[in-house]
Design a protein around this ligand. Sequence first.
Ligand SMILES: [Zn+2]
Length: 374
Amino acid sequence: MLNIRGATLVNGKQCNIVIKDRYIQEVTDDAVRGGDVISVPEGVFVSPGWIDLHTHAFPKFEPYCAHPDTIGYKSGVTTVVDAGSCGADDIADLYELAQDCKTNVLSFLNISRIGLKVLNELADLSTISPEKIYESFQKYPDLLVGLKARMSGSVIGDNGLAPLHMARSCATTLHKPVMVHIGSAPPKLRDILEVLEKGDIVTHCFNEKDGNNMFMDEPMLRDALQNAIERGVYLDVGHGTSSFSFRTAQRAKQENIPFQTISTDIYERNRVHGPVYDMATTLNKFLALGYSLEDVISRVTEKPAQVLNQPQLGSLEEGSVADLTFFKVEHTPVDLIDSLGNNLHGSVQIKPYAVVLGGEYIECNTSYELKKSH
Ligand SMILES: [Zn+2]
């Protein structure tokens, strides 16, 4: 048994969290005796473990790759979701890697069997094999959460919406969502949105790319976006090297466009050299944009759990998986940068320093230590 004593939740409430056999047994005001005790100092927050819905966690495919534990628990993230690095040809390798990681790994399978081995993986429709896709989902039901289709001009060649229609058809058979990457047209964002169904995900939602962002001057686009949101299509940030604009995010906030999840689209280069760096930095950007701490944390915990249809994650309810993230919120100025090189000044910084994963307490890359006793 592991006993987290004096945890402050993002709503300000203080409690004790009791973990048994990798699951949350109880969240209580009462003192609980026994087991290992982690005493949480004042001012330290505890949330359900963070979930990063869009990462590249498959080290084999350079340059769009990173090790799951580097972008995972060492950065305060307890679940990384690989967003289509692998197709059916390599998913066995990702599964093997996931077995050796502390961080939970989930994956959206690239509908192209070759995945990100090339950067135009949907230019040749013969690489989309429904049989291979179904076979992968049969073999790895705990790893695969949906399909990924990168629908931008440079990826699909002359194929128009065909790859997306094929993805949607496979997703219907599998009863899984499609995560769609939006980038430069063609195809037009409006046409992409019209194919999507309840539970599907649009990633890179706050990009500012020419001719394909949500605020460009395109007849019917706003209607298509509104209809998609009303149908239950989710919007995901997917920051990435070139897909996150403060201007787009600010305008979306002014216009109350709902988005579900904050994710990084992290891989080695944008982790080391920016503009992503890590999940905490991405969360700091949303605090600087004026979202509350509760709002921001829900978009890396309960919201992605809902999008992934994994209700045992992202929650402190009794019986949930006992993944937790411990972090401080420091009131220190910070200069933040988006994918276009624009600056935004923040005054608050989230700093993760420990997680509980599978019932085990593990420190992140930090010198800060909690008081631990038996
Ligand atoms: Zn990506």
